[in-house]
Design a protein around this ligand. Structure first.
Ligand code: DAH
Length: 351
């Protein structure tokens, strides 16, 4: 049998765990020399057997120990190599990830909501698919009223009973029918008309306002709009003009223009001698209140409606409405907002 020291040397020369495993069965397994030696013990005299057995056990133990130590050594080596290979350099600059952008329409809806919430309005919503009743009839717009033509409505059934809402005004009806006055709400949302050019898209966004309470008058309406327009355009002074108009759901009705001037192709709101129409409004028609089960002897109020996309175009200098809805990532990257940009009107944090 090979000399013990040689065997132990063999163990210490091993370079990996698999070879060590193989060597282990070679040295101590069934067919190992040492095992053969053990088998021969039976043929020896008792004395010789004892001496030989203890010698063999000794050798076996030393080989085992050597293998175990080698195993630990290889294990350690493996871990160290792994650590070396998988080392993370925490000082490397972070990989850049493209950030999403907030669409100007979403941004403006957030700004508008925070401005109106400052003076007690809450946000209400309604479905895009409406009944003809909520969209027209309940809003005092009778069957043959020209407004139904003008709206150029997307009807969803042959009987013209279901449609894509042409304005956010039906949410006035829904809100009043589902609660008790007073009401003080704004309604941002999608609206639809068969229309498409540089300033019209078949789907667009409106903002409705409704304030019903005891003794509400046009002065309140004027004060509210004056506050909103100043806050939204971030100006201290505005010129505002109420032009008599007609809407079936308000009496009296007005359209509101704001004064502006042009500077390097951009609109400057609040000064100048040009007028820009931005919204429709009026005192809610008693017929609308009756349809919405509001006691007209006790309650009255004002309503207004404006185009959100147009407000966004004015404030952020965007000149083609259709670009809002083309989902062009380059456009959004340019005109969009970073998620963590605090809107200047968000008073909670910035003032
Ligand atoms: N619904 C009108 C439209 O789409 C806008 C409007 C005008 C809403 C006057 C109102 C209002 O609430 O009082 O053109």
């Amino acid at each position: 049998m090979a000399h013990l020291d040689e065997l132990i040397q063999k163990v210490s020369n091993v370079k990996d765990k698999l070879s060590l495993q193989n060597l282990k069965s070679e040295l101590l397994g069934k067919n190992s020399q040492i095992n053969q030696e053990f088998k021969k013990l039976g043929s020896l005299s008792e004395e010789e057997r004892k001496a030989k057995a203890s010698d063999l056990n000794n050798q076996k133990q030393r080989i085992n120990e050597a293998i175990e130590n080698k195993f630990k050594e290889l294990e350690k080596l493996e871990i160290n190599q792994k650590l070396q290979k998988e080392k993370v350099d925490v000082t490397l600059p972070a990989r850049e990830r493209p950030n999403g952008k907030i669409h100007p329409v979403s941004q403006v809806i957030d700004e508008i909501s925070s401005i109106f919430s400052e003076v007690g309005f809450s946000v209400a919503e309604g479905p895009d698919v409406e009944t003809e009743y909520n969209n027209f009839t309940a809003l005092n717009t009778p069957e043959n009223h020209p407004a139904r033509d003008m709206h150029d409505t997307f009807y969803l059934d042959e009987n013209k009973k279901i449609l894509l809402r042409t304005h956010t005004s039906p949410v006035q009806i829904r809100t009043m029918l589902s609660g008790k006055p007073p009401f003080k709400i704004i309604v941002p949302g999608r609206t639809y008309r068969c229309d498409s050019d540089q300033t019209h898209a078949p789907m667009f966004h409106q903002l409705e306002g409704l304030h019903i309470d005891k003794g509400i008058n046009m002065g309140h309406l004027k004060g509210c709009l004056d506050y909103f327009i100043k806050e939204f355009f971030e100006v201290k002074k505005i010129q505002m003009r109420f032009r008599p108009s007609h809407f079936p759901f308000t009496e009296p009705s007005a359209e509101v223009d704001i004064g502006y001037r042009m500077e390097n192709g951009r609109i400057i709101v609040g000064e100048g001698n040009k007028w820009l129409e931005i919204l429709g409004c009026g005192m809610v028609h008693p017929n609308v209140l009756k349809n919405a089960k509001v006691d007209t002897k006790k309650f009255q109020g004002y309503a207004f409606g404006m185009g959100i996309d147009r407000l966004a175009m004015l404030k952020y200098g965007i000149n083609d409405l259709r670009s809002f809805f083309e989902a062009d990532y380059r456009w959004l990257n340019y005109f969009g907002f970073d998620p963590l940009d605090v809107p200047t009107n968000y008073r909670g944090l910035s003032r």
